[in-house]
Design a protein around this ligand. Structure first.
Ligand SMILES: NC(=O)c1ccc[n+]([C@@H]2O[C@H](COP(=O)([O-])OP(=O)(O)OC[C@H]3O[C@@H](n4cnc5c(N)ncnc54)[C@H](O)[C@@H]3O)[C@@H](O)[C@H]2O)c1
Length: 368
């Protein structure tokens, strides 16, 4: 960032207003003594305050952080809209290695910046932040969710993320095989961390055969201990190349690259990972290859449904019921894809955009 009072630009000289052309607001937060460098991006408040987690990550540059927060906050607008929440899209990043710079003071300084937005943005956990961190943020700020159960929070959001992903997968199974079950199918889960692990349990309970992979040996060991019947393969490449009915990316973004799509034998892709499509156009190639793709932000919205519920005073039963509706939402996405003759990823975007437009415009009806 240049210190000059001109248009803010990223390190590569890209104009932030061009990059964030659709965004309402981007806030740069700096606190020298704690080392806090954060960026909060609000993409849209058409449906309500922006809600999205705080990613704490050692970005190589401010440029990379800006690019990420803009994309992530936009993604939250679509996810929250499709999930039927009265929430817009926002996201924040804290730049730095959480293992090195995360302190109570830094988190509380961050909380004061979130508070300064006066409820236009609600924060929660994301990569590098945990419910305990949100408890610290909440000491300075009223607009926090995803807190610990001890503080009245919803706790670990991976529980309903996995459950919702499973519901989306059932809807995809119904679409492809006529029955909303994974019984007798082989499902490959790439990444058995917080979400993948719970997903494996749902799949086994439903009667599926499960194959997993993970780069982190303790995650593999834990799944082997919990479910000795699960088969483990050495890499994601090996998983993708094996005979699968369903491929469930549950690790990082960009899982659906050109190579993966050409190799895949699965009839369905449905997983919890965010931003699975490596580049625009991949969704068309999946369709051409006869692979049904259940859009990531549609099926993985159980987590945001869980933390959004906390804003009303958390009820697990209510949140669980709402996450069950991911089955119906995914089914509607497939129906629209068929009737509009577009890939499901495009249909999901259209549904989200329609809700932002139609429900968002109601605010134009003035109320005292
Ligand atoms: N936790 C949630 O509530 C939630 C909600 C929505 C979306 N997601 C998305 O779901 C995905 C998983 O989230 P999580 O909370 O389980 O994270 P996590 O960090 O607990 O688990 C991810 C797992 O993937 C493994 N992994 C990383 N790179 C890999 C690779 N190349 N091959 C195989 N395994 C690899 C990691 O070792 C880890 O065990 C992420 O993309 C996340 O953004 C999570």
């Amino acid at each position: 960032m240049s210190g000059a009072p001109t248009t803010p630009s990223t390190a590569a000289g890209v104009d932030v207003f061009d990059l964030g052309d659709e965004h309402e607001q981007v806030v740069f937060c700096n606190d020298r003594s704690t080392g806090l460098k954060a960026i909060i991006a609000i993409h849209s408040t058409a449906l309500g305050p922006g809600l999205g987690g705080t990613r704490f990550y050692p970005y190589p540059s401010t440029d990379a952080a800006v690019t990420d927060v803009l994309a992530l906050s936009r993604g939250m607008s679509y996810k929250n809209a499709l999930a039927g929440l009265d929430l817009g899209g926002g996201k924040a990043v804290i730049i730095g290695d959480p293992a090195v710079i995360k302190t109570e003071a830094l988190l509380r300084a961050y909380g004061r910046f979130v508070q300064s937005l006066n409820g236009r943005y609600f924060t929660a956990c994301d990569v590098g932040t945990f419910s305990e961190d949100m408890d610290h943020v909440a000491r300075e700020c009223d607009f926090v969710t995803g807190r610990t159960v001890a503080h009245g929070g919803a706790g670990d959001s991976s529980v309903l993320t996995a459950y919702g992903t499973f519901q989306g997968m059932r809807a995809a199974a119904e679409q492809v095989w006529g029955e909303a079950t994974l019984a007798g199918r082989t499902v490959g889960v790439a990444g058995v961390g917080k979400v993948g692990r719970h997903l494996v349990t749902h799949l086994l309970e439903d009667g599926a055969t499960v194959v997993v992979t993970d780069v982190h040996q303790p995650a593999v060991d834990r799944i082997r201990d919990e479910h000795p019947e699960v088969r483990v393969v050495e890499s994601t490449d090996a998983l993708v190349a094996s005979e699968l009915d369903v491929y469930a990316p549950c690790a990082l973004g960009g899982a659906l690259s050109d190579e993966v799509v050409e190799t895949l034998s699965a009839s369905i892709v449905c997983g919890a990972a965010n931003n699975q499509l490596a580049h625009p156009g991949i969704e068309k190639r999946l369709e051409e290859r006869g692979v049904l793709y259940a859009p990531d932000y549609c099926v993985n919205s159980g987590g945001v449904i869980q933390v959004a519920d906390e804003l009303e005073g958390f009820s697990f039963d209510r949140a669980h019921k709402r996450a069950t509706a991911i089955f119906d939402t995914t089914r509607r996405v497939f129906e629209l894809a068929k009737s509009d003759a577009v890939p499901p990823a495009v249909a999901a975007d259209r549904m989200a955009e329609r809700r932002m437009r139609e429900v968002g415009r109601l605010r134009g009806i003035h109320l005292r």
